[in-house]
Design a protein around this ligand. Structure first.
Ligand code: TPP
Length: 663
């Protein structure tokens, strides 16, 4: 049973603000940490969320809030996925059960939610830049508050962090950077920086060794010159083994650490000291990801981001472990559940991609896979296992991933960069400048394209159609099921120019052969042609919703033809114009922002070429989409069967009125 060490009197429920922490005894603080972990595990087991990262920073967050005076002092959480304790200690305990629910608390820091949330985060490696901006702003306004950035060793693989370190060293302002080192990103941290941090930890062991050694020497009575000489040489030899230059110090930071990150008093002592510094400082804290919950400690990768699970038995239930479903492959129960769903023919788009890339890898040894710290989430584990030498995890470094792939493509290889749509946004310039400009054969597999659900605002993959449609040389494809996805991947690898394949965070529909029709450059394909006056032209991820709408319309005696767009770009314009001349109403349905989307392009084309059809564009109106289940978000944006039907009925009604008015 997880709920251990709980005294009946709850301390957490009495914490309204961080100032309430200051009166607590050491014993009470320990008790508080237990209560916080219990609340986090209980809530995440119901609502899903980032479990292991949050369990690792409970003591660190308590210590930060006892030493710093939030909200005057600012704490910026990198990625922000570890902010649950912070939320619990800053007046949001009573609403914590609404975490990640539609209308509830966000799973990430939100300035609109609390003055204690200093900066909105969700994407990695932004905290030091943002914190430095807050600090510089504070000084310009002649204030003297403290600003702390908390960044994980995983997020430290992102280049933006180093741009910020460089600038912070130059400004010399007293920025406090807490480096939360748990040796983990989602999986194990990768790369040179990770190795460097391990070596830094060794220097700390050297410091401890030296202190002990010196005190021992001091106890030797009247050591002669000879003994002293030996001791100095010995020290040098030991130092040569353990000591390395300190990168942070070289950049102009003080460096303190490493410090045990689960000892509140020790943390507090260090934080009180660094609070007084007038220079930038890095505090290197060692924590354990998943701390305090057995299953998460044993397999922190699988418990990084989870959907609902059983507290006592771990990850055995939860309807759509899509985010984590490869991570959970190790779990016997989940494997069984996955096998069952496969038997029913239902696999996620991620799994469909996983199989397709494996097949392509077997056919052509020039096929390579690149991930930016999302091996499991993007379904690349099977490829990695089969072709370890052709798999690259570059860390949380999407921009580098793209330009690295461009280099590989320039050598005649066939790199596939698998990224979540939302994280791809930051690599737009690399796509334009390093890939498209040279028309290099890099394929981008954009997972989580469309609504992502509970992670909310920062994670919705709704901009990629607009962002990549405008890039010259680009091909942009949207599969509606696993067969089409596999065909599109094979196509992308053949064309030897940049290609984006976007697919959503959901299961593939149980479709038949209708998606196996060969691809034709720039054209979609009719799934149903009744010679109706209305055509529903949908993009892959909204196939089921369109089908639902078509059935509802049919019930109202309004027949529709169904057209699967397939290509957002390039477009066989004459073919599309034929369609636009063949219907009274063509409805473009896409899971992305309307502005800059396909429908907007098609209506401009229809106007320019004076086509007969009226165009209706159904997409996401201009706003940031917040959290909620996929179905809720589809509904809220009128992109479910009901919403599509209503929009079509309205447009149809208007068309009829216009028609009547004309005659
Ligand atoms: C730009 C970007 N790419 C990928 C992710 C997905 N992601 C979320 S947390 C995480 C790992 C972060 O590791 P670390 O900073 O060490 O924090 P920990 O979870 O270990 O506490 C990743 C890759 C992201 N949030 N942002």
């Amino acid at each position: 049973m997880f709920f251990n060490n709980m005294s009946s009197e709850s301390i957490l429920s009495h914490i309204q603000a961080p100032s309430d922490l200051r009166t607590l005894s050491t014993h009470e603080l320990k008790q508080l940490a237990v209560e916080i972990r219990n609340v986090i595990v209980a809530t995440v087991s119901k609502n899903g969320g980032h479990l292991a990262s949050n369990l690792g920073v409970v003591e660190l967050t308590i210590a930060l809030h006892r030493v710093f005076d939030s909200p005057r002092d600012k704490i910026v959480w990198d990625v922000g996925h570890q902010c649950y304790t912070h939320k619990l200690l800053t007046g949001r305990y009573s609403r914590f059960s609404t975490l990640r629910q539609a209308g509830g608390l966000a799973g990430f820091p939100k300035r609109a939610e609390s003055p204690h949330d200093a900066f909105d985060t969700g994407h990695a490696s932004t905290s030091i830049s943002a914190a430095l901006g807050l600090l510089a702003g504070d000084r310009i306004q002649d204030a003297h508050n403290r600003v702390v950035a908390v960044i994980g060793d995983g997020a430290l693989s992102g280049g933006l962090a180093y741009e910020a370190f460089s600038h912070a060293g130059q400004l010399g302002l007293p920025l406090i950077v807490i480096l939360n080192d748990n040796k983990m990103s989602i999986g194990r941290s990768v790369g040179g920086i990770s190795k460097y941090l391990s070596r830094l930890s060794m220097t700390a062991r050297y410091q401890a060794f030296r202190q002990k050694f010196d005190s021992l020497v001091k106890r030797i009575p009247r050591a002669g010159e000879f003994v002293f000489d030996i001791i100095v040489r010995l020290k040098r030899a030991v130092k040569a083994v353990f000591y390395i230059d300190n990168f942070f110090v070289d950049l102009g930071f003080e460096y303190v650490g490493p410090i045990e990150g689960h000892h509140i008093q020790r943390l507090e002592q260090v934080l009180r000291d660094v609070r007084k510094l007038d220079r930038p400082v890095v505090v290197h804290v060692i924590t354990r990801k998943g701390k305090g919950y057995k299953f998460a400690e044993e397999d922190p990768g699988a418990y990084h981001g989870v959907s609902s699970f059983s507290v006592n038995e771990g990850l055995i239930k939860g309807p759509a472990l899509v985010k984590n479903h490869d991570a959970a492959l190790d779990n016997h129960h989940v494997r069984r559940r996955k096998e069952q769903s496969n038997r029913r023919g239902k696999i996620s788009f991620t799994e469909a991609f996983s199989r397709a890339i494996l097949e392509q890898g077997q056919k052509d040894e020039r096929v390579l896979a690149i991930t930016a710290a999302m091996e499991k989430g993007t379904g690349l584990s099977a490829f990695k296992a089969a072709f370890p030498g052709r798999f690259f995890d570059v860390g949380i470094a999407e921009e580098h991933a793209v330009t690295f792939a461009a280099g590989l493509a320039a050598k005649g290889l066939k790199p596939i960069v698998a990224v979540y749509s939302t994280f791809m946004q930051r690599a737009l310039d690399e796509v334009i400048h390093d890939v498209a400009l040279q028309n290099l054969g890099v394929t981008f597999a954009l997972d989580r394209a469309g609504f992502v659900g509970d992670d909310g605002l920062t994670h919705q993959g709704v901009f990629d159609i607009a962002l990549f449609r405008m890039v010259p040389n680009m091909t942009l494809l949207a599969p509606a099921d696993s067969v089409e996805l596999a065909m599109m991947l094979a196509w992308a690898l053949r064309i030897n120019s940049p290609c984006v394949i976007r697919y959503p965070k959901t299961f593939c529909p149980l479709a038949g052969q209708e998606f196996a029709m060969p691809l034709h450059l720039g054209r979609g394909v009719f799934l149903r042609k009744w010679n109706a006056s209305i055509c529903l032209a949908f993009s892959g991820s909204l196939y089921l919703e369109t089908l639902d709408a078509a059935a509802r319309l049919e019930q109202k005696r309004i027949p529709t033809d169904l057209y699967n767009l397939r290509f957002f770009k390039p477009v066989d314009e004459e073919y599309l114009i034929d369609i636009l001349n063949n219907y009274e109403l063509v409805v473009f349905i896409e899971e992305g922002v309307r502005e800059g989307g396909f429908g907007e392009y098609a209506s401009e084309l229809a106007q320019r070429r004076r086509c007969i059809a009226r165009i209706l564009t159904l997409g996401i109106p201009e706003h940031f989409v917040s959290q909620g289940k996929r179905e809720e978000l589809l509904h809220a944006n009128a992109l479910d069967g009901e919403g599509i039907t209503e929009s079509v009925l309205r447009a149809n009604h208007e068309s009829r009125l216009r028609h009547l008015a004309k005659h």
